[in-house]
Ligand binder design. Structure first.
Ligand code: GLU
Length: 309
């Protein structure tokens, strides 16, 4: 078995030298300012060994990666009833598609496209004030990562709200079909804020550990979800975690993963490790360009693809 720390450092150095870096998201100024040369990688194995490469300690906007954790919370609240509000099929269309939502009568395809994530957020919000729901999401991440310094970037959240016309359209559409229970502006407020949580690769890899180890944090022994639920969340990540590039990610990397437009990816090697990578430049499908390439190199060198060597 190759030395994990060495492999991680090698990959970080290879990524640092590559000229192709993808395109940084520009839909809000806060993301457009991200440094296209940044690259971070963190891998935490089953024994709790932490291997870090590049800018693994630099916080970035986790954006849609937050949807893995809101899905986990919503399943905890509603159990399988959640699947009456949102499907679990890959969408094959853009992450913010309105056409698909109309075809499917307001029921979003999966919890990771924007419409689905907004429906999931609405479920978490029910029975609470927006700031309580948001506090619950943030505290869940702080608990998982064992790090109370994790914060929301308020400037990112404000920009998301100021420019979020398409998300508002999706939310209003679902409201018209009775899929959302709360006032649209409350649900959107919580959604924009959880997308604006900032974390480093190390913090994110820590937070994902329960998914790699049958629902338990192997260091503390604490159970977060049942093994069956962890397996199912991983299945949705594998099939739906990379927008319209989910097939390509499974083909090249072979791990469940979730990406965000901030350039982060959380990837899970079941039984082996929780992995977070960050590089702000995106490919055409909106996934981190170097993040995907780095994960492909990692799974290849360590033999970690769930589909075998
Ligand atoms: N806050 C972003 C949006 O809703 C999330 C985008 C993403 O990471 O997919 O448009």
């Amino acid at each position: 078995m190759p030395d994990l720390d060495l492999v991680v450092k090698e990959i970080a150095e290879e990524m640092r030298q590559r000229p192709d870096r993808g395109e940084v998201a520009t839909y809000i100024p806060e993301l457009a300012r991200a440094d296209a040369n940044a690259f971070g990688l963190a891998v935490i194995d089953a024994d709790g060994n932490v291997a870090l490469g590049g800018d693994a300690e630099t916080p970035f906007s986790i954006q849609s990666i937050s949807k893995v954790f809101t899905l986990t919370l919503a399943l905890g609240k509603a159990g399988d009833l959640l699947w009456q509000r949102v499907g679990r099929e890959p969408s094959g269309s853009a992450f913010n598609s309105i056409v698909q939502l109309e075809y499917e009568r307001g029921i979003p395809r999966n919890p990771f496209i924007n419409a689905g994530a907004i429906a999931v957020t609405d479920l978490i919000l029910s029975g609470h004030q927006p700031r309580e729901a948001l506090g619950e999401i943030l505290r869940f991440l702080q608990f998982l990562a064992d790090d109370t310094t994790i914060m929301i970037d308020e400037q990112v959240a404000a920009s998301e709200r100021a420019t979020g016309f398409r998300n508002a359209a999706l939310a209003n559409y679902m409201k018209a079909y009775g899929v959302l229970s709360n006032p649209v502006e409350f649900t959107l407020g919580v959604y924009f804020h959880h997308c604006a949580i900032a974390m480093s690769c190390r913090q994110l890899a820590m937070a994902g550990r329960f998914l790699a180890h049958q629902g338990r944090n192997p260091s503390t022994g604490r159970s977060v979800v049942s093994p069956e639920r962890a397996r199912r969340i991983n299945a949705v990540m594998l099939t739906c975690g990379h927008y319209d590039g989910s097939g390509e990610f499974a083909y090249r990397v072979g791990l469940p993963g979730k990406s965000g437009v901030g350039g982060g990816i959380l990837a899970i090697a079941p039984g082996k490790a929780s992995i977070a990578v960050w590089s702000p430049g995106l490919d055409a499908a909106g996934n981190s360009h170097l993040g995907r390439i780095a994960l492909e190199a990692l799974t290849k060198r360590l033999g970690w693809s769930i589909f075998g060597a």
